[in-house]
Design a protein around this ligand. Sequence first.
Ligand code: HMG
Ligand code: MG
Length: 291
Amino acid sequence: MKERITITDVSARDGLQNEKQAAILSAQEKVDYITMLVHAGLTRIEAGSFVKPSAVPSMANSQEVGELLKPVQEHYPHVTFAYLVPNSKGLARAKDIGAKEVAVFLAVSEQFSKANINQSVDEAFANIAPVITEALSYGMRVRGYLSNIFGYDDLPFSPAKVALRAKQLLDMGCFEASLGDTTGIGKPGTTAQLIDALTAADIPLSKIAMHFHDTFGTAIDNVAVSYEKGIRSFDASVGGLGGCPYANSPKGNLAMEDLVRWCQREAIACDVNAAEMLMAAATFIREKLGK
Ligand code: HMG
Ligand code: MG
């Protein structure tokens, strides 16, 4: 039997953050949608983002989402709802709604880091360290994103640099580093090279997740190579929705439906056990977004 994979759904966060309208979905609509994801079997779901509301208006109602999710959480205690936090202000908002898990997000490209969070890469790592420590002191789990893993406008593909920064996230207390192909430029060859660099840096692959965007349709091939190399944790987004509003040419994420189909084809177990509910969720969100 092949080893199962863990999936983190990012559609209610990465999927919706690129939508310009503040009230693209009401908090209740988001919760209805997220509940459908739970019914599909997903156990790890990013429910929102406590960033500066003017920076990402469609995430401004994340606090209300967190409040409305409380009864769902009570009913499904095995499910983790996670929230992005960029700083201590975001962490305080996450604490207010009783978040059990938060995700911090760093980058390798200076250009992207400046555009996304108005800080250099070094500044961002220094600033987030006490935020992680504080989150851990509240008993929260902290996941760390690292963007631009295959390079960016100002940065060629630098696997050793990515490994160094991923290690830094883990050393700061993140239980997992999710490596983001922010603009979807990764290919199976570069994916393999990157994972080899992680191994060479003595990073346990059990602490790494891959977060592929799917600009050129290579995401699922990148997943296959990652799995072969030992990665067992993947991010995906229902309907393939997603993109960072501060990245150049962001495209959708790896579609959850593609990942689940790949699992079925490869006889690899994953959490999704009600495909019809996943399809219903995809239809729901596409209709809400008019896509
Ligand atoms: P800044 O303007 O430099 O922050 O933004 P500041 O500290 O100078 O504060 C300015 C104002 O914002 C102040 O309000 C703060 O209180 C407020 P004022 O005094 O002017 O009234 N503020 C906040 N309000 C609510 N919640 C907060 C918060 N922080 C400050 N947390 C900052 C810096 C990092 C805050 C901003 O740039 C930001 O929020 N950026 C987030 C951008 C974002 O969400 N990008 C998408 C997520 S990353 C991604 O998608 C990539 C990923 O998917 C992986 C991949 O694909 O690679 C994860
Ligand atoms: Mg992303």
